[in-house]
Design a protein around this ligand. Structure first.
Ligand SMILES: Cc1cc2nc3c(=O)[nH]c(=O)nc-3n(C[C@H](O)[C@H](O)[C@H](O)COP(=O)(O)O)c2cc1C
Length: 185
């Protein structure tokens, strides 16, 4: 099992480290090129992927990958697209967990995560076992103002129980799929 993440401001890293701890593995950051958010955003806008040496080394045939990263501008960002495409090429099952500012109720809006999940499905095909999003506001009561959500830092605030639960659901699915493949009940 490999846990890979790309994280601009630390939220996806926080989620990946929680998952890695539960799986008893190390989460690996992807150092992507170009580093600039603006250029990465442009590449993402054109529907292109970007590579990283960590993904190149760790995505291997038959080894499940749990991939974490943010939603930017309602897009499947280039570093995530790059890994999903590699998983398809190398026949590695993958689970995607997005970190995002907009809440579940806005998943179908312009900046919502639903079309990112759909784009991920297209990119990885049947190799995408499961994909979900974890809004930074999930489980918060009261809900912060919308403008605060874009600057919310999980590393300062910690994951809520609802966020942990959503991440664990993904890991459980991965376990069920692995057991089914191995013929276990
Ligand atoms: C340039 C940029 C664009 C963003 N666009 C969106 C968006 O379209 N939809 C959304 O839900 N969140 C958006 N966000 C919020 C991030 O998805 C959210 O803060 C996420 O948790 C960041 O994860 P990271 O710290 O791992 O980079 C955006 C953040 C940035 C920096």
């Amino acid at each position: 099992m490999e846990v890979l993440y790309f994280s601009g401001s630390g939220n996806s890293r926080c989620m990946a480290e929680f998952a890695a701890q539960a799986l008893d593995v190390q989460a690996k950051a992807m150092e992507v090129w170009p580093k600039s958010t603006g250029i990465l955003f442009l590449i993402s806008l054109f529907g292109r992927g970007s590579g990283s040496k960590e993904a190149n080394a760790r995505v291997r045939t038959g080894v499940p990958v749990v991939l974490f990263g943010p939603v930017w501008g309602g897009l499947l960002i280039a570093p995530l697209r790059g890994v999903l495409s590699l998983c398809r090429k190398r026949r590695a099952p993958v689970v995607l967990v997005l970190s995002c500012g907009s809440p579940d109720e806005k998943r179908y809006s312009k900046w919502g995560y639903q079309k990112v999940l759909d784009a991920a499905q297209k990119e990885a095909g049947d190799w995408l076992l499961w994909a979900t999003a974890v809004p930074v506001s999930l489980g918060l009561d009261p809900m912060p103002e919308e403008k605060e959500l874009m600057h919310y830092r999980l590393e300062e605030k910690g994951l809520t129980e609802a966020q942990k639960h959503r991440i664990m659901e993904c890991l459980e699915r991965l376990g069920q799929i692995k057991n089914a493949a191995a013929g276990e009940p």
